[in-house]
Design a protein around this ligand. Structure first.
Ligand SMILES: [Zn+2]
Length: 357
């Protein structure tokens, strides 16, 4: 192959001509250096393709398209729209609404139980999809006093996600998705997580808006406090004035002033991740599912290992003063998706729901 040929055809593996192709050229004697570059280029292209496939919305779309063409279950396909993952303050706005709730709005019933009751009330009153609003409108034709909660209470049959899904997904579509999930070997196809991937895209997205958000918010509402001994909060969540740097800085968690060696408790059941860095010191992260995670930083000792399943209230370590910390305390963070929310707000909402006395 002449030099001019190579210039005209800089990426021979992309061409269809067999004579100018890469395989032909690579057989030539004394061309080993060029061949190495060819393999390197191919490797770069491969890395870029893998990155696009696994890390970008374009890849997720391609994955979804392939899955729908081949009829493969779309269960493993990443959700195209992950609620709370845009960082627009949606999770914060929802927890703010929870803090402002009038207890009378949430009179207990023998229908939908807590924490799903509060979560459903807040999510639906903020932005219910059109399908759900239609369901409420129909209920109000018969009973003008009907609300989201009376509607859900009437329909509740022991499964919070089923009654929420019923607001936005027609029962025939739901049955079909459950049948497909069953055929694919799902152990509990009636569960939202198990059959959501078999719903038509439109139903799945509407379901994510209602069921997904209520599951996330309800999971966050169910969190318990990580310290069971008396202590004060030395710094709250949100904007704060940095005492040393004299600047405004966002504090993504709360600081619990506890002496080194105080037992730290898992805020709910979940899967553990552990680590250590210069800022957080020794830390534990617990994934509670539905996009909700809690972090516990500046620990003196970590009492759990990566991948361990913990139960609510399990001792996960001892508080300390490791990392960037000016005194012994626990930095406690609650995340819904990519957003952090105010743990104290969730705690107040939880306390209000508990019987007094
Ligand atoms: Zn802190």
């Amino acid at each position: 192959m002449s030099r001019r040929d190579r210039l005209r055809n800089p990426a021979p593996w992309l061409s269809d001509g067999s004579t100018s192709g890469y395989a032909f050229r690579s057989k030539r004697k004394g061309d080993a250096r060029k061949r190495r570059f060819g393999i390197l280029d191919a490797a770069v292209v491969l890395v870029v393709l893998v990155a696009v496939w696994s890390r970008t919305p374009v890849g997720a779309l391609a994955e979804l398209a392939v899955a729908s063409i081949t009829g493969a279950p779309t269960d493993d396909v990443r959700p195209l729209i992950a609620y709370f993952d845009t960082g627009t303050g949606e999770a914060e706005a929802l927890t703010e609404l929870i803090a402002e709730l009038d207890p009378a709005e949430l009179a207990p019933s023998d229908g939908l139980p807590e924490p799903w009751r509060t979560a459903a009330h807040v999510v639906l009153s903020r932005h219910a999809p059109v399908e759900a609003r239609r369901a409420l409108h129909e209920a109000q034709q018969e009973d003008p006093e009907a609300t989201w909660l009376t509607l859900l209470d009437d329909r509740y049959d022991g499964d919070p996600t089923a009654v929420l899904e019923g607001l936005v997904v027609e029962s025939a579509q739901r049955d079909r998705a459950i049948a497909r999930a069953l055929a694919a070997g799902e152990a509990h196809p009636e569960r939202w997580d198990a059959h959501r991937g078999y719903l038509p895209l439109r139903d799945r997205l509407a379901g994510d808006k209602v069921v997904g958000q209520v599951l996330a918010l309800g999971t966050a509402l169910d969190l318990t406090w990580p310290v069971d001994r008396p202590h004060r909060i030395s710094s709250g969540w949100g904007e704060r004035h940095h005492p040393v740097l004299k600047t405004r800085k966002f504090h993504n968690g709360v600081d619990l002033a506890v002496p080194t060696g105080t037992p730290i408790l898992a805020a709910q059941a979940g899967t553990v991740r552990v680590g250590e860095d210069r800022v957080s010191g020794r830390y534990v992260v617990i994934d509670h599912g539905h996009g909700v995670r809690t972090s516990y930083c500046h620990l003196d000792r970590i009492g759990v290992t990566k991948g361990q399943q913990v139960k609510p209230g399990d001792r996960i370590g001892l508080s300390g003063n490791t990392g960037r910390s000016t005194g012994p305390h626990l930095h406690f963070v609650v995340r819904i998706g990519r957003e952090t929310v105010d743990p104290e707000r969730l705690r107040r909402a939880k306390r209000r729901g508990e019987p007094s006395g």
